[in-house]
Write a protein that binds this ligand. Structure first.
Ligand code: PMM
Length: 273
């Protein structure tokens, strides 16, 4: 990772009825497309479109249902000139989304959920976010067991990166994500966040998805909704910028853009020209 480069903001558009953070709001394709365009206006450089919830305990959707949710949204945003990432664990959905104009495949399973994923991505020649993952949402909480979370996750990421390269994905196309909350307790998340440099080969781009996650909610007093975690998310976004993260996957792009404007002005002695 490199210090002091302003991170990109990747705006999340979940076309799922049950995502924990914005579930149901953008289920209809038109609403999802409008939301994607609005997030670009607010400062997102990439829109990450997903059709399958990965919250703990969530059940899988069929490939047909996932494609029906995702592909029209990807196509419309790509046709409008937006750089689109498709958030999927399925090679078939990734293939169809790339055909519809997606330029990034964001695979929360790091290639473990579908044996065809690496070859599809290699052939498509697009960027690939390889996230640390141990199992599907219905089992992942029970898989949150590590001897040493930092070295175990680093080692598991190394193995996946090696396999991805062997399958023909150009290493310059690879981005790594520590997978906060995926088979990880809040303590695991904080340990990983304080050792991000140990998780990726030097110079490799890192994406982090912390926005609105439960471990941030635990810091806040009382009952609240995930949408009320944006202040905590943006504060962490600034720290991730300081740590040299390449991209932040976020729901509230405006809040993060403003936080990064402050971060940048702090380092540059004033606002941007
Ligand atoms: N988290 C979620 C979904 N997709 N993708 C990446 N690369 N990193 C993440 O941390 C991640 C992800 C789950 O959160 P959501 O319900 O807000 O989409």
């Amino acid at each position: 990772m490199s210090a002091r480069r302003r991170p990109e903001l990747w705006g999340v558009v979940n076309t799922t009825p049950d995502s924990f953070s914005d579930g149901g709001l953008f289920q209809e394709a038109d609403a999802a497309i409008r939301q994607g365009l609005a997030l670009v206006e607010q400062g997102a450089s990439v829109i990450d479109v997903g059709g399958e919830s990965t919250r703990p305990g969530a059940h899988r959707v069929t490939p047909e249902e996932e494609e029906k949710r995702v592909v029209p949204v990807v196509r419309a945003l790509a046709e409008a000139g937006v750089v689109v990432s498709v958030d999927t664990m399925r090679a078939s959905t990734a293939r169809k989304a790339v055909d519809a104009g997606a330029r990034i495949v964001n695979d929360v399973s790091g290639g473990l959920a579908d044996p065809d994923m690496f070859s599809v991505v290699a052939e498509a020649g697009v960027d690939y976010v390889l996230m640390h993952w141990r199992g599907h949402s219905d089992t992942m909480d029970s898989l949150a067991q590590y001897d040493d979370v930092v070295s175990d996750v680093a080692q598991e990421i190394r193995v996946r990166l090696e396999e991805a390269s062997q399958a023909g994905i150009d290493p310059s196309r690879l981005l790594v994500d520590p997978g906060l909350g995926f088979a990880k307790t809040p303590e695991h998340n904080w340990s990983l966040l304080s050792h991000l440099d140990d998780l990726v080969p030097s110079g490799m781009r890192m994406v982090v998805g912390a926005s609105r996650k439960r471990f941030l909610g635990e810091l806040l007093p009382g009952e609240h909704q995930p949408t009320e975690r944006d202040g905590a998310s943006a504060a962490l976004g600034v720290l991730l910028a300081e740590a040299g993260v390449f991209a932040l996957r976020v729901h509230n792009v405006k809040a993060h853009r403003e936080a990064l404007d402050v971060w940048q002005a702090f380092h540059e002695g004033g606002p941007r020209e």
